[in-house]
Design a protein around this ligand. Sequence first.
Ligand SMILES: [Zn+2]
Length: 99
Amino acid sequence: MKGFPPDLQKRIIEALNNKGANKACPRCGHGMFGLVNKYHVASLQDSHEGLVFQGDGLPTVIVNCQNCGWLAHHALYLLLPDLRPPEKPEGGALPGGGS
Ligand SMILES: [Zn+2]
């Protein structure tokens, strides 16, 4: 599988730096992070009665500490709002979200 194109990787790193998300690792204090070169999608659900393996997801980018491996997730659409897809006609309601 391919990773981020170089121009997107550069935009993500610039966005993290512009927002000040470039501090030392909160676990070990190491200063070097790497960008995991693929999106992660966190599953969103509104039911507390069990796991739901369908519905919306929140795309994130992950940076990892190069010393201890600590992971930080950043919501993609807050870093790069232009990548957010258009709003759904229903106003963004979660599919199967109940009444
Ligand atoms: Zn660390």
